[in-house]
Design a protein around this ligand. Sequence first.
Ligand SMILES: [Fe+2]
Ligand SMILES: [Fe+2]
Length: 298
Amino acid sequence: MHRSAAPLDREQLAERLLRASARHSHDPLTEIAWDAPIDPYLPAMPPHRCSLYGTALWDRLDPREQAALSTRQFAGLLTWTMWGELMLMQGLIRHVYDEDPATRHAQYALTEIADECRHSIMFARYLTLTGHPTLVGPTARRLGRWLVRTNNVPLLLGITLFVEEFIEAAQREIMRDETLQPLARSVSRIHVIEEARHIGYASAELRSSCRSLGPARRAALAQALALGCTFMVHEAVPPRMYALARLDRRAAHRAATANPHWHRATTTWSRKAVDLFRDLGILDRGSEPLWRRAHLID
Ligand SMILES: [Fe+2]
Ligand SMILES: [Fe+2]
C-alpha cells in the first residue's frame, strides 16, 4: 500500500483506533459458551433475512428445518467472511512490511491482523460445531489468491470494506434479536464490536488511495469493484448450501435469485458501502447496472 494520507492524520486515526482496541477487544475462545447445547428449533438468522423466506420452498419446511437452513446460511456467511479476512490479513501484512513499525499506523495494522486472526478462529469454531464447510469454492479461492497478488490497494480495500459492511449489518440484526440462537448472537456481537474500527480504518485508507486517481483509473476501479463485489455476494450464499440442507440445489438457487425478500436483505446490508463508493466516485453510472442486477442497490 502506498503512503497517500497526511502522516499526522493517519497517526491520529491510528492512535484513536488503538485506544478503541485496548478498550474493546474480546477473546472469543474464553468469552463464548462453546459447550452450551444448540437448540435445533432456534434460527441463527431472522427468518425474513433467509434467502428462501417467503418462497414455496420455504413454506414447505417445518420450523426445525427452517431453523437448520438459517443456521446453514449464517455458517455460509461466516465461511465467506473468513475468506475475506484471510485476503485482508495478507494485504495488511504486505502493507506493514513497508511501514515503520514505530508508527501508530503500523501498530494499528498489526492490531487489526490480530483481531482478524481471532475472528477467523471464532468462525472456524462455529463452523466445526455446526458441521458446515469451512472453505469457499475452488474458483473463489483462486480469485482471492489472484486479487491479493495484484496488490491493487484501492480494489482490495474496496472489496474488504464491502465484506465488512455487509457482514456487520447482517450481524448487527442478529445480535439484537433475542429470538435467535444464542451462539450465533454471541459470535455476531464480538464481531460487530471489533469490525467498527476496521471499517473506520478501511474507509479512511480507501478515501486516501482514491484521492490521486484520475478519471480513467477511477472508472476502471468502479468496474472492477462492481465485478468483485457482485461475485463476492454470490459466494455468500453458495448453491451447495441448499444441497447440504437436502433441498434441490438448482430449484432453491433459482427461487432465492428471484426472491424480493432476499433482494431487500442484500440491498440493506450493502447500503453503507454503496453510499461510500458513490461518494468516492467508484460506483458510477457505468458500473451501476452491475450493482443493480446483483440486487445490491434498489
Ligand atoms: Fe473480522
Ligand atoms: Fe475486519
